[in-house]
Design a protein around this ligand. Structure first.
Ligand code: SF4
Length: 474
C-alpha cells in the first residue's frame, strides 16, 4: 500500500510545500520511502529516498523542488526489496518527459517486464511496479506518431489497461503539458479528485484535501483518466471500466478515520462494523477494549450496541511503526513487544471483549492475549471487525502468502486455541458489506474470488516470489 498526491497550480506558484505537507497526512500509508518530483515546464526536479517524509525532505529540498506541477509519494513495499532504489516517483525522457507515482500492485509484473525488455528494449532499473507502469505508458505513447496531444495520452491508456493485471491509481506529470491521473478498471485503490482557486489535486485520501484546503469534487471513476492541462482545462475519459470493486481493507484498516472513500466516511463504516458484530454477540463482558489505534471506532460502536463500557486498556507507543507495515517478520515481532502496554486497573479481574481490526498472521493477537492474561484478565473474548483472511492479496496490501495467514488452513476454533482466547467472534462478509454500504467490493483475500484474472497457478507463482523476497529482507 502507498499514498500519493498530484497537484497542478494554475497561479504559477511552486507546489513542493503543499506536497510535503500533504504527504505528512498520509504517512500511515507507507513508511519505507518518500519522494517528490516537480516540473517547472522546462525540467524535472526530484528528491526521493528511504525514510519518513520528515526525514527525507529538508527546507532546502523544498526550495529546490521548483515548479507548479508535482507529484509526491509515500511507499510501503509489497514487491521489491531495495527500498532506496525502488522509491517513487520515477521518470522517463522519451517520447516526452513523463514522471509517475502510483498506489497498487501489478500482478503480472514479471510477464510485462520481460515483454518490455525483449520487445520494446526498455530496461528497468528497479523492482518497483510504478517504473513498469511508467514504461508501459511511455512505450504505448511512442507507438502513436505525431506531437503531444491529449488524445494520444488517452489512446495510450487503452492498451495499457488491457495489459496490466492488478490495481493502480496513478498520477503522472507530462512535462510542459499538464497533470494526468488514471485508475484501474476495477477501481481497487482509492483516488480522490479536488480543486481550489489555485488549482487541482489528486490524492489517495480526502484528508489531504482537508489539510491543504481543496474542495472534494469526486472520486476518480474505475478505468477513468483525467488530464488537467496548463490552462486548467479538465479532460476526462472512461478508458476501460469493469465491475467496480474497491478494496474493503481501506475502510477496515488502512485509511484514516477522518477520510471518506467512495462517499463513505471511514469513521462511520468502522462504527457500523462494531454494530454489525454486536448483532451476533451473546456473551457477558465487563469492558470493551480496543487494540489501538485502528480498532477504536469499531470498539465504540460495538460497546454501545451491546451496552457494555468502552475503556482504554492498552496504551500505544506512538513512536513505533505499525507492525503490519514492517517489511520482515523479525522486525514485526520486536515491534509488537515495544508497541502496546496495558493499564492494569482496566484489566485485572475483568471479562474483556478485545476488539481488533483484523487477524493476519496472528502474532500480534497471540502476544496481546498472553499479555492481558499476565495482567490478570479473567476472560478474553476477541472480536474481529474483518472476516477471516485466507488468501493472498495481489492488489497492494501486504497479505502475501497463505503460509503466513493463520486463517488459510485453520478453523475458527483452531485459531482460538492457538491465540489462547476464550472465544473469537469474526465479522461476516455480509456484515462487512452492510457496514460499508456497498455490495460490490473486493473481498478476494476472504473468498479467493479475485476481481481480475488470477489463476491458482498465479497464486502459487506469486507466493514463491514473495517468499524469496521475504528471505532477502529478513
Ligand atoms: S484482496 Fe483483500 S486486501 Fe487485497 S484489494 Fe482485495 S480486499 Fe483489499
Amino acid at each position: 500500500m502507498c499514498g500519493f498526491i498530484g497537484i497542478i497550480k494554475l497561479n504559477g506558484k511552486d507546489v513542493a510545500e503543499e506536497l510535503v505537507t500533504g504527504l505528512l497526512s498520509i504517512q500511515h500509508r507507507g513508511q519505507d520511502s518518500s519522494g517528490i518530483i516537480t516540473s517547472d515546464r522546462s525540467r524535472f526536479h526530484i528528491k526521493k529516498n528511504a525514510g519518513l517524509v520528515s526525514n527525507v525532505f529538508s527546507r532546502s529540498d523544498v526550495k529546490s523542488l521548483k515548479g507548479n506541477v508535482g507529484i509526491g509519494h509515500v511507499r510501503y513495499s509489497t514487491i521489491g526489496f531495495d527500498i532506496e532504489n525502488d522509491s517513487q516517483p520515477f521518470f522517463v525522457n522519451y517520447p516526452f518527459g513523463i514522471a509517475l507515482a502510483h498506489n497498487g500492485n501489478i500482478a503480472n509484473y514479471e510477464e510485462i517486464r520481460s515483454s518490455l525488455e525483449k520487445e520494446s528494449h526498455r530496461q528497468l532499473t528497479s523492482r518497483c511496479d510504478a517504473e513498469l507502469i511508467l514504461n508501459v505508458l511511455a512505450d504505448e505513447m511512442s507507438r502513436i506518431s505525431g506531437e503531444f496531444s491529449i488524445g494520444k495520452v488517452f489512446d495510450s491508456l487503452g492498451p495499457l489497461m488491457k495489459k496490466l493485471n492488478g490495481s493502480y491509481s496513478a498520477v503522472a506529470i507530462i512535462n510542459g503539458h499538464g497533470l494526468l491521473a488514471f485508475r484501474d478498471p476495477n477501481g481497487l485503490r482509492p483516488m480522490i479528485f479536488g480543486k481550489n482557486d489555485s488549482g487541482f489535486i489528486f490524492a489517495s485520501e480526502t484528508v489531504v484535501l482537508n489539510l491543504l484546503d481543496y474542495t472534494y469534487i469526486r472520486d476518480v471513476k474505475p478505468g477513468e483518466a483525467i488530464f488537467i492541462d496548463n490552462n486548467g482545462n479538465i479532460h476526462s475519459k472512461i478508458i476501460d471500466a469493469r465491475e467496480k470493486t474497491p478494496c474493503m481493507f481501506e475502510w477496515v484498516y488502512f485509511a484514516r478515520p477522518d477520510s471518506t472513500i467512495e462517499g463513505r466516511s471511514v469513521y462511520d463504516v468502522r462504527l457500523r462494523l462494531g454494530e454489525e458484530l454486536a448483532k451476533r454477540w451473546d456473551k457477558d463482558v465487563d469492558v470493551v477494549i480496543p487494540v489501538p489505534d485502528t480498532s477504536r471506532t469499531a470498539a465504540m460502536g460495538f460497546a454501545k450496541a451491546i451496552g457494555a463500557e468502552y475503556r482504554e486498556g492498552l496504551i500505544k507507543n506512538r513512536y513505533v511503526g505499525r507492525t503490519f507495515i514492517m517489511p520482515a517478520q523479525k522486525k514485526r515481532d520486536n515491534a509488537v513487544k515495544l508497541k502496546l502496554n496495558p493499564i492494569t486497573s482496566e484489566i485485572k479481574g475483568k471479562k474483556i471483549a478485545l476488539v481488533d481490526d483484523s487477524i493476519v498472521r496472528g502474532t500480534t493477537s497471540k502476544r496481546l492475549v498472553s499479555l492481558l492474561r499476565k495482567y490478570g484478565a479473567r476472560e478474553i473474548h476477541l472480536v474481529v471487525t474483518c472476516p477471516p483472511i485466507k488468501y493472498p492479496c495481489f492488489y497492494g496490501i501486504d497479505i502475501a502468502t497463505r503460509k503466513e495467514l493463520i486463517a488459510s488452513d485453520k478453523s475458527v476454533e483452531e485459531i482460538r486455541k492457538f491465540l489462547g482466547a476464550d472465544s473469537i467472534t469474526y465479522q461476516t462478509i455480509e456484515g462487512l458489506k452492510r457496514a460499508i454500504g456497498m455490495n460490490s467490493i473486493c473481498t478476494a483475500c476472504l473468498t479467493g474470488n479475485y476481481p481480475t484474472n488470477i489463476s491458482e497457478t498465479d497464486i502459487s507463482r506469486f507466493e514463491k516470489i514473495r517468499e524469496g523476497e521475504r528471505s532477502r529482507v529478513v
